[in-house]
Design a protein around this ligand. Structure first.
Ligand code: SF4
Length: 411
């Protein structure tokens, strides 16, 4: 009994200090929240710190750090300065993040550190673009906000189906590269990912893709095949939503306690284990993680720097955990529930907003996104018969229950 209680106490301790298990094991130097020079990377500190390793991004020939900053909640310079010091120089933002403030923060860093621009790999996205004119307009705004003449990698934001990769878009990409305003092009996707990746693998003008990928989706054969097709065709891959967090309200279950206990014994937290699991797949060049605090950053850096590989037993524990908790995670396979729900093609979007609300704590953003769903769909949410969709859902999600939760939390 005592051993069990000690283990649980330790789990609670690690959770409370923000998943810093590996950080302390590696005895990383302390990172101060403030530095005397508020504007520039501290060169002396930078020289002392280990740098996050790099991998090649597909056929682009560019090497990027294996841990990248998801700047979806970026609202100060401290995070950027610390990322820079550790070599986390791939910054993923978008036209829409923080209402434009994420790009403006990056712009402040760039204008104060002009000489470092070449060391950064800045990625942004044309959020909500319906056509090439929208893409161009958003790109121009992003360039201006970030005080830069070019964006290293430019994405169409949230591709839903491969048919959106049109010949007209291809022509725009060719022109944008010729003008020198973007170096590389691709898309991000968190819906129908396997279909989108498989479609892109047949095209020669997609340089890189950022896709949802984590220890849960690793178990999906269709996803594995699509990842391999992209890798074989030289498309660079970056993983996002790497932690595989739940959709609905997260109540700690016995399965959660078991997986936490398992990784504590190895000296990791489950967050660090989830990052290590993605990084173990070398077809992916980087794991992009949204980070808001220096504690989160150093914990994730420790996972990226740690050379120990997950054992077969660790991978098995993650796979078993994914299986046992699958009904709490929406895998984004929207074509499946959409085909069973002629009245509502927004189920997977709503599931994602619920995940932002419950697991990421991005409550205002989740509500804002929910409000963008057509009003007639939102009004009908509780009247729709979800039984056919629930029967087809490979994750066995209680869709009706989660839609009710979405209406309660997001409306
Ligand atoms: S609700 Fe089920 S079928 Fe629909 S996207 Fe999520 S996991 Fe796939």
């Amino acid at each position: 009994m005592k051993v069990k209680r000690d283990l649980l106490d330790r789990r609670k301790f690690l959770k409370n200090i923000g998943a810093a298990g590996l950080t302390s094991l590696l005895a990383l130097p302390e990172v101060k929240a403030e530095t005397p020079d508020a504007n520039a990377p501290a060169k002396t500190a930078e020289a002392k710190l280990p740098q996050v390793p790099k991998r090649q991004l597909g056929r682009t020939g560019v090497k990027i750090p294996i841990l990248s900053l998801g700047a979806n909640r970026l609202d100060d310079q401290i995070m950027l300065r610390n990322c820079f010091k550790w070599g986390v120089t791939y910054w993923d933002t978008s036209h829409s993040y923080m209402g434009g403030n994420s790009e403006l923060e990056i712009g402040r860093f760039v204008s104060k550190n002009q000489k470092q621009r070449g060391k950064l790999f800045i990625v942004s996205k044309a959020s909500g673009a319906q056509n090439e004119k929208d893409v161009e307009e958003r790109l121009q705004t992003s360039l201006e906000r970030m005080n830069t003449d070019f964006i290293d990698l430019y994405f169409v934001h949230g591709l839903e189906e491969p048919e959106q990769l049109t010949t007209k878009l291809k022509q725009w990409v060719k022109q944008a590269k010729k003008r020198g305003v973007i170096r590389f092009f691709g898309f991000s996707t968190h819906k129908n990912m396997a279909d989108n990746l498989a479609g892109a693998a047949k095209l020669d003008w997609i340089d890189a893709i950022m896709t949802t990928y984590n220890f849960r989706l690793m178990q999906d054969k269709k996803m594995q095949k699509a990842v391999q097709a992209c890798y074989d065709s030289g498309i660079g891959l970056v993983a996002m939503k790497t932690l595989g967090l739940r959709t609905g309200i997260s109540i700690e279950t016995d399965e959660d306690k078991k997986i936490t206990g398992h990784f504590i014994e190895q000296g990791f937290t489950e967050t660090q284990a989830a990052i290590k699991a993605v990084l173990a797949d070398e077809r992916f060049s980087s794991a992009c993680v949204g980070m808001r605090s220096i504690t989160e950053l150093t914990s994730n850096i420790a996972a990226a720097l740690d050379k120990r590989k997950l054992s077969n037993r660790d991978s098995k524990a993650l796979a078993e955990y994914a299986g046992a908790t699958c009904s709490g995670y929406c895998a984004g396979c929207a074509h499946i529930c959409n085909s069973a729900l002629p009245d509502n093609s927004y189920v997977s979007d709503i599931m994602r907003y619920l995940m932002y609300y419950n697991s990421y704590g991005r409550r205002q953003e989740a509500k804002k996104l929910f409000a963008q769903i057509p009003q007639d769909v939102r009004k009908r949410l509780l009247r729709i018969d979800y039984s056919a969709a629930e029967a087809h859902c490979p994750q066995r999600l209680p869709i009706r229950k989660l839609m009710a939760e979405a209406v309660r939390s997001l409306a």
